[in-house]
Design a protein around this ligand. Structure first.
Ligand SMILES: NC(=O)c1ccc[n+]([C@@H]2O[C@H](COP(=O)([O-])OP(=O)(O)OC[C@H]3O[C@@H](n4cnc5c(N)ncnc54)[C@H](O)[C@@H]3O)[C@@H](O)[C@H]2O)c1
Length: 434
């Protein structure tokens, strides 16, 4: 089947690649000419493991094409997936201007039936708004459908998630739309054995916001428990393990740390709170989740302050800028909270990340970016771990200690065992562990 995917970011490019790899003909459209130019040269605008090889394979097989023209994308396929950004607006609500723009452009150009599928994360009832927009901008009375198909992939394991999703959710209003989406996903369903859930559009839209908000709640819950553990002399990892073995709770997303970040959880929780307000429900639970997340960062900052006493002129090595390992995405990453604060306090910062430094440098140019961990920590007064990259997990602690001026480690990801790090001679702070 011919499919157009609008937006070639973390979701659009991975989705388009997955569709091409299962046999569809895919046109990936983006209005960022630089990205399309890179993709045509088989260079990836984002980092995701194995993506480049898979894009090359499908381009060479003639199943993947790139364009900056939404009109070309509209002509190319009956089904268009909208995977453009929905960044936070000024009061926390989702900014839907990119989604609206795509809807308008498709409506103005289409000459026969089209199915517009919301792949982007959008507040409930966006589908209704999109339908109104398309109807308004259509040149003549042409049939169309709007459907919701929220994406659940995780950066760092995005391709695996696309090929083997836990579930596929489609929100549809007509049998025609349902049947098109069933056909598109049939190979994924067959190979992975996952369920394809059909529901109405509002339910599909809500499933995404509710899922992300629930996961964020789990993280904030264990972070709140970590604070109690610190006060009570308990170990949050042991508590989380004991909780997680209960199948009703599950062990995932129960890692205490520096708090959630990334391009999804912060903005999706904000948007869900905002949307609930608009609908007339004060989602206090999620407001508390947001506060706990912020407090977790502040609490770690206090540990740095407490240990160094005076931050000014201290050399701090920051390990990890990406919001999690396996991605170059720094949107809402904890590093964006700590680095400006430490700079303001007068610290000399050395920053290390195996992949995300260029993206971080676009936001904070002119800082001291390093490519080698040992070079980064040489002569440092403190090392601050913000991302649990494998390179950080595998660090030689003896060498690290010898390289530092004072062996102080603030571990925002609970990577190391407190007892063994202290036995090596480190002053060690982590989260929720004695
Ligand atoms: N990143 C994730 O892990 C993830 C996971 C699930 C869902 N989502 C959701 O998917 C959506 C996309 O997220 P992302 O991380 O891929 O964003 P992104 O910023 O990486 O990509 C969005 C792309 O859309 C393009 N674009 C914007 N307006 C356009 C237009 N009018 N025409 C053509 N292209 C346009 C941008 O140039 C950009 O390349 C968001 O709603 C996000 O919440 C993201």
């Amino acid at each position: 089947m011919n499919i157009t995917v609008v937006g070639t970011g973390y979701v659009g490019l991975v989705t388009g690649t997955c569709f091409a790899d299962i046999g569809h003909n895919v046109m990936c459209v983006d209005n960022d000419a630089r990205k399309i130019d890179m993709l045509r040269k088989l260079k990836m605008p984002i980092y995701e493991e194995d993506l480049e090889d898979l894009v090359r394979k499908n381009v060479e097989a003639g199943r993947m094409h790139f364009s900056t023209s939404i009109n070309e994308g509209t002509d190319f396929a009956e089904v268009l997936f909208i995977a453009v950004g929905t960044p936070p607006g000024y009061r926390g609500q989702a900014n839907l201007s990119y989604v609206e723009q795509v809807g308008r452009q498709v409506a103005e150009h289409m000459t026969s039936y089209r199915l517009l599928v919301e792949k982007s994360t959008v507040p409930v009832n966006t589908g209704e708004q999109l339908k109104r927009t398309v109807t308004k901008y259509l040149r003549e009375d042409i049939p169309f459908d709007v459907a919701s198909n929220p994406e659940f992939l995780r950066e760092g394991t995005a391709l695996k998630d696309a090929f083997q999703p836990d579930r596929i959710v489609i929100g549809v209003e007509s049998e025609r739309a349902a049947s098109l989406l069933r056909n598109i996903y049939e190979p994924v369903v067959k190979r992975s054995g996952c369920e394809l859930l059909e529901m109405n559009m509002a339910s599909a839209e809500l499933t995404k916001h509710a899922s992300n908000s629930f996961l964020a709640t789990k993280i904030s819950f264990i972070n709140a428990v970590s604070r109690v553990c610190e006060l009570a002399g308990a170990n949050v990892e042991q508590v989380a393990h004991g909780m997680g073995l209960d199948h009703r709770i599950g062990s995932r997303f129960l890692n205490a740390g520096v708090g959630y970040g990334g391009s999804c959880f912060p903005k999706d929780v904000d948007a869900f709170v905002h949307l609930s307000d608009q609908l007339g429900y004060n989602f206090q639970l999620l407001r508390e989740v947001q506060k706990i997340n912020q407090a977790q960062r502040e609490h770690l900052m206090q540990k740095i302050q407490h240990e160094l006493w005076v931050i000014e002129n201290k050399t701090i090595a920051v390990l990890g800028l990406a919001f999690k390992p396996g991605t170059d995405d720094v949107r809402e990453a904890p590093s964006l909270y700590f680095i400006p604060q430490l700079l303001e306090a007068g610290a000399h910062l050395r920053l290390w990340d195996p992949i995300a430094s260029p993206k971080f440098e676009e936001i904070h140019p002119g800082l001291d970016y390093r490519t080698d961990i040992m070079d980064t920590v040489q002569g440092a007064d403190l090392v601050l771990i913000l991302t649990d990259w494998p390179e950080v997990r595998d660090i030689d602690l003896d060498k690290l200690k010898d390289a530092m001026r004072t062996p102080v480690m603030i571990d925002g990801r609970n990577i190391f065992d407190p007892k063994s790090v202290r036995e090596k001679g480190f002053t060690y702070y982590s989260v929720g562990r004695p």
